[in-house]
Design a protein around this ligand. Sequence first.
Ligand code: AVJ
Ligand code: FE
Length: 373
Amino acid sequence: MTADTKEARNQAIADLLAEARRRTLALVAPLDDEQRNRVYSPLLSPLAWDLGHIANFEELWLVQTVGGREPLHGELGRFYDAIENPRVTRGELPILRDEELRSYLEEVRERTLEVLGGLDLGPGQEDPLLRDGFVYEMLLAHELQHQETMLQLLQLVDGYELPLPIGTQPVSAAGPETIAVAAGSYEVGAPPEGFAYDNERPRHAVELGAFEIDRTPVTNAAYTEFMDATGAEPPDYWQRDGEGGWIDTARGRREPPAPDHPVVHVSWQQADAFARWSGKRLPTEFEWEAARERLDDVGQAWEWTSSDFLAYPGFEAFPYREYSEVFFGDEYKVLRGASWATHPRVARPSFRNWDLPQRRQIFAGIRCARDAG
Ligand code: AVJ
Ligand code: FE
């Protein structure tokens, strides 16, 4: 590798990090410090926690682990540990706030760029953390993923206007209703090269029976019909309008849910019940992945699958157990796709999101499937 290419690669990484940070700061720019520190929901961290956690994750991996340097604020990192500090406790922690928080983000970034300047992140690197810039890709993905978590909260802030194209679009109207997928062996998961999280690997073959999957996600109109027929609970943030209808209070609005938009903020149980009521079922995550290329409206809302969040055969935790491994088991359900709030860099076809089945704060909707024949 010539010095030129090495420098060009490091510059490209520095540019991506700068771009992600501009987006993070743009999202919270309309708020004041009080709003950044406020607890809006026990399911969502105060924004100041997410911001400090983003900087702390960067400090831990880039400055301390790769750069071998001491942290700026001693033991502070333990308050930004997502496993040690459940969301409901985060408003009470002695985390950095206001001016101290802004300085921390800046100072960590300065140090990160200093460390980056001396590194060779080429494909020939022996250290898997550095090879092909893995640790930087991870850092970038981490910040972008936390932007979505912050958007889950930002949409609840009164009067907040997003500095991004907002919300869902009508689902595609024309064409066949379902896509038929033949029985057979399908490759799933991320290939060995390129960035992916440990839980997406190794790529492997799965046997699928013939199935059909809906071409489009479930709309607000279809979900309302289901509620009327069964008395099912509404999605989160919907309230009665006093005349037998509904208003959606998310995203700073009080409007009837747009009938032709995908339903969001439903739990796994609501998604599963809807699918059964329609004479269908939720797809498995592998059915979803096998049909991915042929599905419409992927990327408007996460889609609940029937699959538990489990390790793929031959899974190896990398670079830390707490990203995926500690969540494996039958407690969490896998969501596939992406939402309107997901940065395109995050939304690989093999990307696995997960949450507790009862959770509704994520931008999660429904797509149904059924056995063919
Ligand atoms: C993949 C969204 C379940 O928020 O717990 C962020 C992403 N991991 N920081 C989560 C994540 C570490 C993760 N999800
Ligand atoms: Fe995180």
